[in-house]
Design a protein around this ligand. Sequence first.
Ligand SMILES: O=P(O)(O)OC[C@H]1O[C@@H](O)[C@H](O)[C@@H](O)[C@@H]1O
Length: 347
Amino acid sequence: MELDVLRLAVDYYHYLLNAELHINEWVQDRLSLAEPLFRFVSIYLEPGNLFNVLIPLLGICGQDLLTHLVYALSLVSAVSSFEKWIYPEWRPLWRLRELYANVHGIRPRVALQSHDLSCETSGGMPCAHTMTWTALLMVVSVHLPLKDRSANWGPLVHLLIGCCTLCMWLSRLYLATEYLHQCLLSTYIAVSLLASFQRHLDQLYAQRRGWAVLLVLLFGCMAISVYFIKLQLGIDPHWSVRQSFKWCPEPTYMRHESSPIFLLARDLGNLMGVALSLPLVQLRTFESKYSHRFLGIGILELLNYILRLCTPKQHGRFLFLAYEFTRNALHSLILLRALPKLLNKIS
Ligand SMILES: O=P(O)(O)OC[C@H]1O[C@@H](O)[C@H](O)[C@@H](O)[C@@H]1O
């Protein structure tokens, strides 16, 4: 009986995945005019660019906003990378190609175009672009200097956030990197995470450094355990990378920086930087002049850019991961701890 229910659920899930391919096809057919916008959104608003460009830029407005953004988005992005590592779900293009490759199976009457940006190497669920983008918009909305927030501006701000999020969904659907349910669930997860983050904001800022560092190390150990558990169970930990290699029309479109292990190293690095900078209760209230903030953040991001260019990609996986972990940890540590102290002294 239980087995029948399970089989029914699995069948329904596969049916849903196949049916949803028509949504991607519809978006590609009907909204091709907006392709430049969709490409812009997926390239420039991807999580890596948010951390390296947009968050520091927004951080010029104030330390409180910067601290809130780095802390919340590091958590949200880490959750997304963990989920991708534990259970990498299908992406529409992989699934469609697999269905067509199966000579005995039923082939759906769907045609999807593959783009250079479609060659992602991590799983489809959750959509990291959607999660981090939604979280960023929500944090920024909390800091908008609006009078009478609830009565007049509240609905308008929510409408704006909704439109920007929709634009990200359409971009991912158009590039056939995500299914619609993955976009919807990602927004739901991001909103829920942000809501509970907001509820415990004071405690989170007041956390002790030692505990937080221990927790990040524990997350790291969990990620390594997942790898070995999967090997024990006969599950390929690199399934998503292999799918990408199999179906990407041009291997040079694939990027080291989007592989699941890299994403984990990047996000654990960000989290470690946040953990090392705790407690943040006082630091986030440090005031400084805009011109000083502009200069300080500008110099830091220039150095970060040079370090990114020097990433050792050809000297083995371990060096690459250790470098990325350290660079991201230092980046958030400086943004949250060293920068406010330095600017406060100068101002
Ligand atoms: O999950 P998505 O939205 O398809 O994105 C896949 C990856 O795309 C990369 O460009 C991002 O740097 C990663 O953070 C992200 O995980």
